[in-house]
Ligand binder design. Structure first.
Ligand SMILES: Cc1ncc(C[n+]2csc(CCOP(=O)(O)OP(=O)(O)O)c2C)c(N)n1
Ligand SMILES: [Mg+2]
Length: 677
């Protein structure tokens, strides 16, 4: 039974109790609705509640403290089992229930569902990827720290998340930067069917903190009062600038991993034994024994919880079901930020144009910051942040440890808290270690929240080969990003566009992947075509995202190019001219959204399409451009479209093999000539 110290505020304990009661009844009610309506088995269409259902009955003590100790503007990132945490943070129960039932009035207009609840009114979010709550929470915490606010961020994870790299990276960053964040591990012994003893070689999960030089506190016995006391200290630490805490709590999961789980892995008597020490019953006894409440008040607490829950269910059931076509809305936030250039400017190499664009936006908007590896005094190994550190200092131009999941994941938290982070993924090849934050969070949060959560994030990244850096440092990968709904992908081919696109990317409320080709940057140590060095206006201006440019008019053939292949196409076209062939060259500038109109109009004009790209051929930009032309201008074509892209092989090291595989002016000349003559 929980013990109440003399100094504990008795009202707080009553709030703990009533919050747990509400959570428990809510879960029982949701379970009833979910199971009743799920018959017949495998009939996906049946039932009030779609999808999987992970219930948290038994785990209430891990969350109830938030109802007392957190403020509305503190932030919580929860898990796939989120209801008790949502209720404890004060999420709107009507909208949450409507979301769980997939209704238009739901938190995400029915686009997120029970694992993806976003309530911007009370700063609550959750996610279905195990361990993915940690990086955004440190982002929010960093934002609080930068703004000198005394708020805290709380991130939840289960015992299964203890062995996720995202937790390690996030604890390291949180401790290093002394961020006001609390990591809560809800250890219910099970990660689906795997017992924690078989996954984690620790006495207590909180021992994970030892390696990160931060406090780690273990709470035994699923005790809501102990948890409250421990959390109080952790919060005090966080609010007063003393950094993060890891709290791990033993808790119980009464139901299966998901509703319908046959639980074959679980000893038969486990749940009945756990229920004998049910935390709600035990706290009720404590309240009665200490004469803090009487039976009448207990009854009132029960009744008021049930009333609220029933009202939320009826609100949800009476809310409209979304139209199927609503699925197509909320992928992107609509934005309008065009600034036309006023002057011609002066010549700058591309890397300096990029950093000039960033610098202007950082001056204009205090919310813009730049993070990544070696981006500080070094200025980024590709020079994108040249000079920024000296101008804006280490808080806003922030060197990070080599923890891409943590600092790119943090960007989504920073954005949710109102910042406009730019994060540098040094080589695009390193995407593999940080795809989850980009693909599942940064790209989708706007959509899953029904358009409420904005993700104004720029991810800068170096692409391309041609200098013998082989398979793990030479990829282009436009289409890997472009394939994911919610991302924009831009690729400047010259200095003018580099600055204007960077300013657009920062002003855009959507996540933009800003890809710069190493061989175009104008770096002193890397050869580059002189044609990349163009006039750059000194003032602020934007280059529109999603709009291609015809860089050379022509009438016989259209060459679609982007980034490095623009310069190859230009070179080839000079030779084609000499052969009497007039090529029209399109610089796509944006790979996503793709400017279909410019492509289709040019195809109609020339009747011949050659798409050229340094990314892998299969499922790439060239395939997409040709598909669009085939759908919209097939009858205007005089010959079958062709493509030159990177063959489906990893990038080889030796020069002879690399040059063989790359697109080149020669290849473009030969293929284009063959198509026309
Ligand atoms: C990265 C990732 N791997 C696997 C899964 C599938 N999965 C969902 S929940 C879960 C178990 C999580 O266990 P735990 O963290 O202890 O949380 P609990 O379910 O006990 O609340 C797994 C393996 C996932 N969603 N994300
Ligand atoms: Mg678990």
């Amino acid at each position: 039974m929980p013990v109440l110290n003399n100094d504990i505020d008795k009202n707080d304990v009553v709030i703990l109790y009533s919050t747990m009661v509400k959570s428990r009844h809510y879960e029982e009610k949701i379970r009833e609705l979910y199971l009743n309506d799920k018959k017949p088995l495998f009939s996906i269409a049946a039932g009030k509640i779609p999808g999987e259902m992970h219930l948290s009955a038994g785990q209430e003590p891990a969350a109830a403290w938030m109802a007392v100790l957190l403020r509305k503007d503190d932030f919580v990132y929860s898990t796939h089992r989120p209801h008790h945490t949502a209720i404890s943070k004060g999420v709107d129960l009507n909208k949450m229930t409507a979301e769980i039932m997939g209704r238009t009035t739901g938190l995400g207009k029915g686009k997120g569902g029970h694992m993806h609840l976003f309530d911007t009114e009370v700063n609550f979010a959750c996610a279905g990827i195990v361990g993915s709550s940690f990086p955004p929470a440190i982002g929010v915490a960093l934002s609080f720290k930068l703004d000198k606010k005394d708020n805290v961020a709380v991130a939840f994870g289960g015992d299964g998340s203890l062995n996720q790299g995202m937790l390690m990276e996030s604890m390291n960053l949180a401790s290093l930067w002394k961020l006001p964040v609390i990591f809560v591990i809800e250890n219910n012994d099970w990660a689906i069917s795997v017992n924690v003893k078989d996954s984690t070689p620790l006495k207590h999960d909180s021992d994970r903190a030892l390696g990160f030089n931060m406090p780690g506190i273990y709470v035994s016995g699923n005790d809501p009062v102990k948890m409250y006391e421990v959390a109080k200290v952790a919060i005090e630490n966080a609010r007063t600038g003393n950094g993060p805490t890891l709290i791990s709590m033993d808790t119980y999961r009464y139901y299966g991993h998901f509703e319908g789980d046959p639980e074959l892995y679980r000893p038969k008597n486990e749940v009945p034994e756990l229920m004998k020490k049910d935390p709600i019953s035990l706290l009720r006894e404590t309240l009665l024994k200490n004469k803090i409440v009487g039976n009448d008040e207990l009854e009132m607490i029960e009744n008021s919880a049930m009333e609220e829950i029933n009202q939320a269910i009826s609100y949800a059931e009476n809310s409209p079901i979304p139209a199927g076509k609503d699925a197509l809305e909320d992928v992107y936030s609509i934005v309008n930020y065009e600034v036309k250039p006023k002057t011609k400017g002066r010549k700058l190499p591309m890397y300096m144009a990029i950093s000039e664009g960033i610098s202007m936006e950082m001056e204009r908007d205090q919310n813009v910051l730049y993070m990544g590896e070696d981006v500080g005094i070094y200025g980024g190994i590709f020079g994108a942040s040249t000079g920024l550190y000296n101008k804006f200092g280490p808080e806003r131009v922030r060197d990070t440890p080599i923890s891409e999941s943590a600092f790119i994941g943090a960007a989504s938290g920073l954005a949710a808290a109102g910042k406009r982070p730019i994060v540098e993924l040094m080589f695009t090849d390193f995407l593999g270690v940080t795809f989850d934050p980009i693909m599942n969070h940064i790209a989708k949060n706007h959509y899953m929240s029904g358009g409420k959560v904005k993700m104004p994030i720029v991810i800068t990244t170096a692409i391309g080969g041609g200098y013998g850096d082989a398979a793990q440092h030479s990829q282009t990968l436009f289409s890997t990003f472009a394939h994911i709904p919610g991302l924009k992908v831009v690729v400047p081919s010259n200095s003018h566009d580099a600055k204007g696109l960077m300013i657009s990317a920062i002003k855009d409320d959507n996540p933009v992947i800003y890809m710069f080709h190493k061989g175009l940057l104008g770096l002193p140590w890397m050869p580059y075509p002189q044609s990349t060095v163009t006039d750059v206006p000194e003032e602020e201006y934007t280059v529109p995202i999603g709009k291609a440019r015809i860089v050379k008019e022509g009438k016989d053939i259209t060459i679609i190019s982007v980034g490095s292949t623009v310069h190859m196409a230009m070179e080839a076209s000079e030779r084609l001219e000499k052969d009497g062939i007039s090529a029209e060259i399109i610089d796509l500038i944006s790979v996503k959204p793709l400017d279909e109109e410019t492509i289709v109009n040019s195809a109609k004009k020339t009747g011949r399409i050659l798409a050229v790209d340094e990314d892998y051929q299969s499922y790439g930009m060239t395939s997409e451009a040709i598909a669009i032309v085939s759908e919209r201008a097939f009858k205007d074509l005089k010959t079958p479209p062709k493509r030159i892209a990177y063959p489906d092989v990893p990038v080889p090291y030796s020069r002879s093999m690399e040059q063989f595989t790359l697109p080149s002016p020669d290849k473009i000349f030969n293929v284009a000539r063959g198509m026309v003559k």
